[in-house]
Design a binder for this molecule. Structure first.
Ligand SMILES: NC(=O)c1ccc[n+]([C@@H]2O[C@H](COP(=O)([O-])OP(=O)(O)OC[C@H]3O[C@@H](n4cnc5c(N)ncnc54)[C@H](OP(=O)(O)O)[C@@H]3O)[C@@H](O)[C@H]2O)c1
Length: 330
């Protein structure tokens, strides 16, 4: 197998743990001898062993080390986090060549992991499938490059552009199949952000109800209210309440909590606040074929549209009777 093919195997392996490694990156590792994979491992869950350690633990320790190469999709860490530095374990393993996918954008690692290996006389190659590794870790790279979390906004809309009925008479705008799809969107993100009115009016649970293992997204409630009824379904799991109208402040709190991505599921007030501040990277719209009519509350006012907020359409398909459209920031 070629270097690229081997890195692709490590990358595919890493992606199996997309929902349990977050907010950490997905990482895969292989030990290769004469082009043949003899051990593999991945970073399976947040706070647990990194991929290199799982891979080295699966390696037959009696083998001579000189002709072994370690492949790892992301630069090995060189700092004490939840686990000790992987660079130390690699050096101690006696392996003399390491092929790396992408450099780690985390300033605690960024290039220092590679330098430590080079200083230990290990032959290092890097940049193999680097952009594919970055794509697989889109939220993690965004957070470290832009110093803020990647924000996705999800909205359900009636055919006439309404968010909800003012009198609360409509419980669901979209089909159960579309709402099922939202569960997967929630599962991908590190946090779910909503606003005070949504929790007050709808009593939503807002967790990810999926049938595969995940790290549940953290719940973030933006509200100035301090006396919340903890019997509401939203408080069925721990909730961070942030009392600030300044979304930049909010972002600092999210970064402090290690949140790389958040899904905003709120009503027009909070959704427009994010859009007006230019703090959304992706917008997912589930549109029903049914109108709400005059009792509806519109998503946008003053002639605003998704395009005027600087988004372009990237994909659309039908789920049951609804249309799911994804827009990204231009
Ligand atoms: N169709 C959909 O996809 C969808 C999704 C979710 C909700 N909804 C509907 O939306 C309705 C509520 O909509 P809404 O627009 O009145 O409320 P909202 O956007 O859900 O929440 C607004 C509240 O968020 C808090 N907030 C904190 N920072 C803010 C900021 N920078 N800008 C604006 N608000 C901020 C405030 O809470 P405090 O007042 O507590 O301080 C504010 O009253 C619900 O009844 C629900 O039916 C629709």
């Amino acid at each position: 197998m070629t270097q690229i093919e081997l890195m692709q195997v490590a990358l595919d392996l890493s992606k199996d743990f997309k929902f349990t490694a977050k907010p950490n990156p997905v990482v895969g590792a292989l030990v290769v001898r004469n082009g043949e994979i003899i051990a593999q491992g991945a970073h399976e869950s947040w706070g647990k062993n990194h991929a290199e350690i799982n891979c080295l633990n699966n390696l037959d320790k009696t083998l001579p080390k000189d002709d072994l190469t370690l492949y790892v999709t992301l630069e090995p860490c060189n700092h004490f986090g939840k686990t000790p530095p992987c660079t130390d374990a690699i050096i101690q393993s006696g392996i003399k060549k390491v092929v790396i996918g992408a450099l780690d954008p985390n300033p605690k690692v960024a290039g220092q992991g590679i330098q430590k290996l080079i200083d230990a006389n290990i032959d290092v190659v890097h940049g193999v499938l680097a952009s594919e590794v970055a794509d697989a870790n889109k939220f993690f790279f965004f957070r470290h490059i832009h110093k803020r979390p990647f924000i996705t906004i999800k909205i359900a809309s009636s055919s006439d552009g309404m968010s909800h009925a003012e009198d609360g008479s409509i419980k669901w705008i979209t089909s159960s199949a579309a709402r099922e799809d939202v569960q997967h969107l929630r599962a991908e993100h590190d946090a779910i952000i909503t606003g005070g009115n949504t929790v007050r009016n709808d009593n939503p649970q807002m967790n990810a109800r999926v049938n595969y293992p995940i790290n549940q997204p953290k719940k973030i409630l933006l509200s100035s209210e301090s006396n919340w009824d903890k019997g509401l379904k939203f408080f069925g799991a721990p909730v961070s309440i942030i009392d600030s109208r300044d979304l930049q402040d909010v972002f600092h709190s999210l970064i402090d909590e290690d949140i790389c991505s958040a899904l905003v599921e709120a009503g027009p007030k909070l959704v427009n606040a994010f859009l007006e501040d230019g703090l959304c990277e992706e917008l997912v719209v589930y549109q029903s074929p049914d109108p709400i009519g005059p009792k509806g509350v519109s998503w946008f006012h003053d002639g605003n549209t998704i395009e005027k907020f600087g988004f372009k359409h990237t994909s659309s398909y039908t789920i049951d009777r609804d249309k799911k459209t994804t827009f990204v920031k231009c």
